[in-house]
Design a protein around this ligand. Structure first.
Ligand SMILES: Cc1cc2nc3c(=O)[nH]c(=O)nc-3n(C[C@H](O)[C@H](O)[C@H](O)COP(=O)(O)OP(=O)(O)OC[C@H]3O[C@@H](n4cnc5c(N)ncnc54)[C@H](O)[C@@H]3O)c2cc1C
Length: 375
């Protein structure tokens, strides 16, 4: 008979849900992950490639420190998964000065990445390092790289015989607080119970009544895969230019991504693929003649201040409700760390090296955005 009681129920089977389930199960908790789609990483975490890139700035700042800490956390996690997560490439990254902020840093001050090596390099050195002609000075981040987010998600859930159960094609439709626990109602009509629930459903967290008020916006992103040309095949590093291109694997590059508000069209369009490719050509004129072979649409979950919501949601007398969501465009480096922060909180462990990140991304800051109800 299937168990209906778990130490923790995680809602959502993307990177945030997988990272949270992994961190809890590693502490011996029985964890159920409910995923509304028929497989893991079906939405934002389902791209074939994702960048592990910290944030280039001029000085230390809370978001910069959050991203750098998350970057190191995911890197360590990937290494700890070892041969079970083979798809991780520390290719190094070339960051082109693609906006006014980066141009200013390039010309006026030293790049700063909170302990992660960031160098200003000449166009010649960039061309040598990347393997393709680059005509402008830019930044080089030798520790950056890219991975397959689907592999990362699957390996976090499936690693080392941890006590994680996944239910697929099951939507959580309602949460009801009882004295010491949550009743978790599923679209199938079943009810489950757990003292601990963690919301990892990205922007869809707002479908549950308790959290419908949380400021989360879905921002459409379309990516493209494209056959390499003899020149583009020489690309050795990933290049970030506002969008990004990865070195070719099996003859194809992964190219991302457009960024559009107020557009929930789930179907890729030829026009958007053309836009993604033409932005690449504008940034890297030495690349041309790519032939797109597939496209994909998914949605970022963006918060009111662009930082994720990680931790216990402010509530009054209910069982605690946790959230690991709103990871925007940098979920590969913030969501796994978010899972570890939540596991430490639930287990009343010291946050130690993650204390500052927990404070920067604290879900308590959403309280100020809660609509006031006047009786
Ligand atoms: C085009 C694009 C490119 C990106 N590129 C990068 C990149 O290069 N580097 C990087 O770091 N980040 C990147 N990101 C961001 C990153 O992909 C996301 O931040 C990350 O995948 C978010 O993971 P998540 O688990 O929070 O959300 P998701 O992967 O969307 O997972 C949420 C899951 O919850 C499920 N769910 C929701 N509600 C329920 C419910 N009620 N019941 C059951 N299941 C539910 C959904 O079906 C979904 O599978 C990119 C995002 C986009 C859109």
């Amino acid at each position: 008979m299937t168990s209906t009681s778990f130490d923790a129920i995680v809602i959502g089977g993307g990177i945030a849900g997988a990272g949270t389930a992994h961190a809890l199960a590693a502490r011996g908790q029985s964890v159920l992950v409910c995923e509304s789609q028929p497989h893991l990483a079906a939405k934002a975490s389902g791209n074939a490639r994702g960048l592990l890139m910290p944030y280039v700035a001029t000085q230390s700042s809370p978001p910069g420190r959050l991203y750098s800490r998350g970057f190191r956390y995911t890197r360590e996690l990937l290494h700890s998964l070892g041969p079970r997560c083979p798809f991780y490439h520390q290719s190094g990254a070339i960051q082109l000065p693609s906006n006014k902020r980066l141009v200013r840093i390039l010309h006026e001050s030293a790049p700063f990445c909170d302990g992660i090596v960031t160098q200003r390099i000449s166009a010649e050195e960039a061309s040598e390092r990347s393997g393709i002609p680059i005509s402008t000075p830019c930044f080089y981040l030798p520790e950056a790289g890219y991975c397959d987010p689907r592999e990362l998600t699957a390996n976090l859930i499936g690693s080392a015989q941890l006590p994680v159960t996944v239910r697929y094609s099951v939507e959580v439709t309602a949460l009801t607080a009882t004295e010491n626990s949550w009743r978790v109602s599923l679209g199938t009509g079943e009810d489950l119970t757990s003292s601990t629930v963690i919301l990892c459903g990205a922007y869809e967290v707002t479908r549950l009544s308790q959290t419908s008020w949380i400021p989360l916006e879905a921002i459409r992103g379309q990516t493209a895969q494209s056959f390499a040309t003899p020149l583009s095949e020489k690309l050795k590093t990933l290049i970030s230019f506002g969008g990004y291109i990865t070195p070719a694997d099996d003859g194809s590059h992964f190219i991302g991504a457009h960024y559009r508000h107020n557009d929930m069209n789930e179907t890729p369009t030829e026009g958007d693929t053309a836009e993604v490719i033409s932005r690449l050509y504008a940034a890297l004129p030495s690349i041309s003649g790519l032939t797109p072979n597939s496209s994909r649409v998914c949605f970022r979950a963006s918060t009111h201040d662009r930082l994720p919501y990680i931790g216990e949601l402010p509530s009054h007398d209910k069982p605690p409700l946790f959230i690991n969501a709103g990871h925007g465009s940098r979920g590969l480096i913030t969501a796994p760390m978010g899972g570890e922060i939540i596991a430490r909180m639930i287990h009343k462990e010291k946050l130690e090296d993650l204390a500052e990140s927990a404070s920067i991304a604290s879900a308590e800051r959403i309280e100020k955005r809660r609509p006031r109800v006047h009786l």
